[in-house]
Design a protein around this ligand. Sequence first.
Ligand code: MTE
Ligand code: QUE
Ligand code: MOS
Length: 809
Amino acid sequence: MRSLIDTKHADNTLSKDNAAEDCVNKASNNVNDASSVVAANNIGLGGVGRSKKHESADKHVSGEALYIDDRPNLQGQLHAAVGQSSIAHGLIKSIDLSAVRAAEGVFAVITVDDVPGHTDIGPVFPGDPVLAIGKVEYVGQPIFAVAATSHDLARRAVKLANIEYEELPAVLTVKDALAKQSFVRPPFSMTRGDSASAILQAEHQLSGEISVGGQEHFYLEGQISTAEPNEDGGMTVFSSSQHPSEVQKLVAEVLGIPLNKVVVDTRRMGGGFGGKETQAAPWACIAALLSNETKRPVKFKLSRSDDMCMTGKRHPFENNYHVGFDSNGQIKGINIEVNGNCGYSPDLSDAIVDRAMFHSDNAYFLDQATVTGNRCKLNTVSHTAYRGFGGPQGMMTIEMVMDDIARHLGKDPLEIRKINLYGKDERNETHYHQIVEHNKMAELITSLEQSSDYQARRASITQFNSENSILKKGIALTPVKFGISFTVQHLNQAGALVHIYTDGTIHLNHGGTEMGQGLYTKVAQIVAEEFQVNVDTVGVSATRTDKVPNTSPTAASSGTDLNGKAAQAAAKIIKTRLIAFACEKYAVNNTEVTFKDSQVLIGTETFSFAEFVQQAYMGRVSLSSTGFYKTPKIYFDRASGKGRPFFYYSTGAAVSEVLIDTLTGEYKVLRADILHDVGHSLNPAIDIGQIEGAFIQGMGWLTTEELVWNEQGRLLSNNPATYKIPAISDTPADFRVTLVPDDPNREQTIYNSKAVGEPPFMLGISVWSALKDAISSVSDHKLSPKLDTPATPERVLWAVEAIKQQAQA
Ligand code: MTE
Ligand code: QUE
Ligand code: MOS
C-alpha cells in the first residue's frame, strides 16, 4: 500500500543499488565522524545516525502491514457511500431519497438535517459543510450519506437519488475569480523597500507570467475511516489521517459530544503527502454520523475515482512578476503576485498562500520586493496541503525569473542564480524580514557544480545540440531553501509518552503519524539512543488521541523535529529517575552511572538494562513519563509582515539533464545529481529515500501529472489511466543522491538534524528548468521559452514551435 515513489529505499537492506548503498554508507560514516553526540560504542544498536531500516519495511514488502481496510470486519459492520453534486454551483431545490432508502441492503440514509451537532467542519475557518446545506459549490460535493450492508450496495444505492438544482453561475478559472474578486480569504502583501521605484531605476526590466498546475496526491491507500460506537455514547474511530486530534475534535463536534468521548487511532497511512491533513476528517465524520444513527460499526472508504473527484489537491497557481536588474543580472527590485486557486472553501489555503509568498524568494536576495498573494475562490473541490504547502508554487516564479534574466543577458542561468543568492553578512534579509543565518548555499552549489561536472557537461551539450537538429539536450542547476516550522506559531508543539516495562522493553507513543516517511523509526532511534539500548526493544505503537492529546498535524516536515524532541524529553525524565535510584541504591554519584551497550554500569557493577529496570521497579521508581516540546525563537506578525516564521532553513540543490525530441515534444531525464543538507542525519537511508521520492514526486508534478476539469467543472482526469504519475521507468537512468557531509544544524534541533520530508520535492524544479534550457537551445539560447506546468510533451512541443516562430520573426 506504500507509495511507489518511495519504495526504493524503504528497506535499504533490500536495495541492490550499489551506488545508493555507497552513498548511504558514506553518509552514515560522515555522520559518525562528525558527531560527538553519537557514542562510538553503540554500533549495531541502531541508534541515532545509523541507516536503520523502516520499522515496517518487511511488512510493507510482504503485505503484512495492516491498513484500516485490512482490519477484520466487526459484527454488524456497515459500509458508507455518499451522494454527490452533479453540478459545480447551485441551490438544491428538492431531494427525493425514497429509492435510495428502498434499495437493497440500505440501513440508514442521512442528510445534514440528521446531524446532531455542528454541521460545518471547516478546519480553520468555516465553509466546509459535512453534507451540503441547501446549496452545492463543486461537482462531487457530498449531499447525503448511506450505510448499507456492503461497499457495493452502498455505492449502488446513492445513484438512485433524485435531486433538483437551480443552477448558479460557476467560477472555474483564476482569471474569472480575480475579475470578480472572488476570494476565500482577503489578499495580503509582504514588502521590503520600495520595489516600484527600484524596478524603474534598474538598467533592465522584464515581466512574465506562469500558470502552475495542481497535483493529485495519489497516496496508494485512499481515504478511509471506520467508526465504532462505544457503550457510553462515545466513538472509537480508526482513520487514515495525518491529524488524528482534528478528526477527534470534528467527530465530537458533529456528534455533539465532548472530546473525551472520542478516541482516534492511526497506526499508519499508505501515504498522505498532505492530502490527509484536513481531508481525512469528512469521511471519519460521516462514518461516525452513520454509526451513531445505526449503533453499528461503519466503514467508509473512497474508491479511487471518488477520491480523486471529492478530495482537494495541490493548489494550481497563476503567478506573475515584474523585475528590474543590472547588467550582471542582479535583481534590484521585484513585484511578484501569486494567485492560488483555493477551490470553494478556505481549508488551509490562507497558510498555503502565505507559504507560497514566504518562498517567492527561494534562495535569492530580492533587495526591494513586494509579494502579494490572492486566495481565489473557485467552484471546484477545496484544494489542500501537498508536500511543500504552497512553497513549490511560490518558488516557480523566481526560478522562471532567473531563466528569463539569463536569456535576456545571454548568460548561463547558473551564473544568474549564483549572483542573486543570499549573502552571509549582507544581502541576507528576506522580504518578510527574517535574517538568513548560517547560509552555505554558495558552497553547496559550488560543490554540486563540481561533483556533477556541470561545466564540462554544459560544453558537451552545446556540442551535441550543434550536431543534432531534432534531438536537443538541456541542463539546469536549481537550489532549494525551505523554511522549517509551521508558520502558525501554536502548531509548533508536540507531546510524547514513554513507558519502560519490567523486562526492559520500551513502549513509545507520540503525536506524530506514520505515512511511510519513517517518523516512527527515527523517533524510536532517538529513544534507544537515550537509554543506549537496541532500537528493536523500542516498540512503536499507533498514534492515539487518548495517549497523547491535542497534537498538531504531522506536517510542515516537522514530525521528527517536534516529536523526536518530545520523546527525548520523556526518556530523559525517566533516565534522570533511574540515575537517582542507582545513586541511592549503590551509593555512587551520578557521574558513575553509565548507560552503554544495553547495559547500565554503576560504579564497578554492571547490569543488563532489563535487570536494572527490574531493580528500579522493585525500588518503586516510576518507569513512565510524558514529554513535551515547543519550538523556540519563532514568531510572525501578519499585520506588519515581519518576523521570524522559521526556526531554520533546509537547503539543497539539483542538476538535471534532459533530452527532448523537438518533433514530438517527448523527453527523458538522462541524469540527476542531488546534494541535499539534512544536517546531522538521524538515519541516512531514510533521508536518502525521502530525497529520492520527493524529487521524483516533484518532477511528476511539473512534467506528466495533468489535472483536467471540463467546462462544467467536472474532473476528467480521475483515474490512473488519465492521470500519469511517474513510473520506475521515468526515474533518471543515472540518479545520484548525496547528503551534505558533516554539517550539523546550527540550531538546537534533535541531534542537530534537519527536516527532510518536503524540501527535496522542490529539487524537481531543475527538470522543468532543464526542459526550458533544451527548448531555448533551438534559438541558440537567445529566447526564453514560456513553459507552463505540467510541462507535458504537448506543452514542450508547443513551446518549441513558439520559439521557432519567434526566432524567425
Ligand atoms: N513520505 C512518504 N513515504 N509518504 C508521505 O505521505 N509525506 C510528506 C513527507 N514524506 C510523505 C512522505 C509530507 S507532505 C510531509 S509534511 C512529511 O513527510 C511529514 O512527515 P515528517 O514531518 O515526519 O517528515
Ligand atoms: C506549514 C504547514 C501548515 C501550516 C503552516 C505552514 C499546516 C497546517 C497549518 C494550519 C494553520 C492554521 C490552523 C491549523 C493548521 O499551517 O500543515 O489547524 O489553525 O495545518 O507553514 O504544513
Ligand atoms: Mo505535508 S504538505 O506538510 O503534510
